[in-house]
Design a protein around this ligand. Sequence first.
Ligand SMILES: Nc1nc2c(ncn2[C@@H]2O[C@H](COP(=O)(O)OP(=O)(O)OP(=O)(O)O)[C@@H](O)[C@H]2O)c(=O)[nH]1
Ligand SMILES: [Mg+2]
Length: 314
Amino acid sequence: MSDTPQRCGFAAVIGSPNAGKSTLVNALVGEKVTIVTHKVQTTRFAVRGVALADQTQIVLVDTPGVFAPKTRLDKSMVAAAWSGAGEADTIMHVVDAGARARMEHGGAKSGDSRMVEDDDRVTEGLKKTEQKAILVLNKVDLMPRDQLLAMSQELFESGVYSEVFMISAKTGSGVPQLREFIAGLMPEGVWHYPADQVADLPARILAAEITREKVYLRLHEELPYASMVETEVWKKLRDGSLRVEQSIIVERETQKPIVLGKGGSAVKSIGEASRKELEEVLGCKVHLFLNVKVDAKWMARRSHYKDVGLDFDV
Ligand SMILES: Nc1nc2c(ncn2[C@@H]2O[C@H](COP(=O)(O)OP(=O)(O)OP(=O)(O)O)[C@@H](O)[C@H]2O)c(=O)[nH]1
Ligand SMILES: [Mg+2]
């Protein structure tokens, strides 16, 4: 051990849906601790990941995107995003700089304007918090660098940012510098987690998340938002392998055949992809059984919120 005192603190990552928050958390940790897809509203609840920088432990809090909520689940997700920020020692606001640049300079894609609107929603929300945030311009690999300066100046006019970093969470460009900087902001204190722990989701919830990621990646249209995954059986077998039974829950009868696919092909490939990753993460052989259930009211069930730390009554 060195003589430098231990430091430990919380760093929340907030931003609009799809900005790259989860990708950034994984990049800062150096391992996958939270799921990532190309679809908006992937992260549904606060997920913690632990990054180390010398004697400093940074507990990263990945949050759901901030957007205009409609359903109960939406409201709980947005509330979780802000409460993650409220409890943190420092806040990073991740902005999809590529989307913003396309809105300003042409070539906008679908979703870009909503992204910018949601970012402004975050900036407005930050005005109400006492602390200044770090502005993280992400996805700089997708845009000309010379547009970044004007963009950060414009965002700085809001008065809510103390610092700006220009990064690509995907390629890792700028990520080590950001990690160093956040480490310097963490207060002195003992580490919250053992040195080798990077994630803190209970294994059965992590396993459900991994399968949900595969559902999102495989299924198109609006279906993913209407679905959830629940781990129902988790059993260590005598040979050291693990039996996991999960349900993919959808809202309507008509959605069931979509998840199953022709002759069960969709659910089979979701299961294979999930099992592979589970084996990697858990370090043992996994027997994964997926079943598709219809529950029109899953979004209205309190237990689905409580289990993952979401507030049902917001
Ligand atoms: N090109 C590029 N793509 C990125 C970068 N960061 C993230 N992405 C992609 O952007 C998409 C969304 O990434 P996520 O990390 O899931 O975004 P998020 O902000 O966590 O999204 P929600 O959980 O839905 O709020 C994925 O397809 C990522 O691969 C980046 O720096 N460059
Ligand atoms: Mg996410």
